[in-house]
Design a protein around this ligand. Structure first.
Ligand code: ADP
Ligand code: ADP
Length: 231
């Protein structure tokens, strides 16, 4: 039961750079897959092809059985949360406002949107009583990443794409966020594709790990147990 499927997907940038080459990948419903590999091996490009921020030069991508090129990109992105390292909260808006933006866009009332924002903040481990009325600069880096996750969850998307979501956070906090997010993902049944250059993070978090090699090729696609058992 694939939620995301890539078949023969490639991306060559206009300057001739081959970022991704003949990539086959399937992600089951409710599965968490980590894309790992050195910088420049095509991980981010792969992620952005799934939500059509980048169009592939070859191959096809399906989301929940539908060819993504058959779906309006705006509609497509409603079903796909996107969390990046520089989450870009609006600095002059309170935390709750930052999280409410999406529900408000979808026409919810202000009261309902605020209530939903507070629920989501609690879900990601930020006490709304304490943090909802603060501004982004009044939070630590780890807390801001939590807000980014809350905002991505606001549209209740079945799929989350995450690009180095914990990259900017110090190592101790990062470990805590990794474990907490993993628990949350399983609990909410989200399908997640997470990009990282950190093999430990990939092994700690993924149901399966896609190891990329230079030139945008897939070297391995295996469970953490299988990867650890190999020499
Ligand atoms: P990763 O996420 O693994 O670091 P990327 O997907 O960002 O890798 O990049 C893959 C390759 O494509 C790299 O060689 C990168 O320099 C190149 N690349 C990325 N974006 C562009 C672009 N817009 N134009 C040309 N080359 C790009
Ligand atoms: P974390 O462990 O998430 O990285 P920090 O150690 O950076 O957190 O911050 C600890 C506490 O200090 C947090 O409760 C955070 O809200 C608060 N804090 C951090 N920066 C600021 C700031 N600029 N203004 C007010 N409170 C802050």
């Amino acid at each position: 039961d694939s939620m995301i499927r890539l078949e023969g997907v490639g991306k060559t940038y206009p300057d001739g750079t081959v970022a991704v080459h003949e990539l086959d990948l399937d992600v089951a419903r409710g599965e968490m897959v980590c894309l790992v590999g050195p910088s420049g091996c095509g991980k981010s490009t792969t992620l952005k092809m799934i939500n059509r921020l980048i169009e592939p030069t070859t191959g096809r991508i399906w989301l929940d059985g539908q060819d993504v090129t058959d779906v309006d990109p705006v509609e497509l992105r409603r079903g796909i949360g996107y969390v990046i390292q520089q989450i870009g909260l609006f600095p002059h808006q309170r935390i709750e406002q930052n999280v409410m933006t999406v529900p408000l866009l979808y026409g919810e009332s202000k009261a309902t949107a605020r209530e939903r924002a507070h629920e989501l903040l609690a879900t990601v481990g930020l006490d709304p009583e304490q943090y909802a009325r603060r501004y982004p600069h009044e939070l630590s880096g780890g807390q801001r990443q939590r807000v980014g996750v809350a905002r991505a969850l606001a549209a209740n998307p079945p799929v989350l794409l995450m690009d180095e979501p914990f990259g900017a956070v110090d190592p101790v906090v990062r470990g805590r966020l990794q474990d907490e997010f993993r628990r949350l993902q399983a609990e909410l049944g989200k399908t997640v594709v997470l990009v990282t250059h950190d093999i430990d993070e990939a092994i700690r978090m993924g149901d399966r790990v896609a190891v990329f090699a230079a030139g945008g090729r897939l070297a391995q696609y295996a469970t953490p147990g299988e990867l650890l058992a190999r020499p």
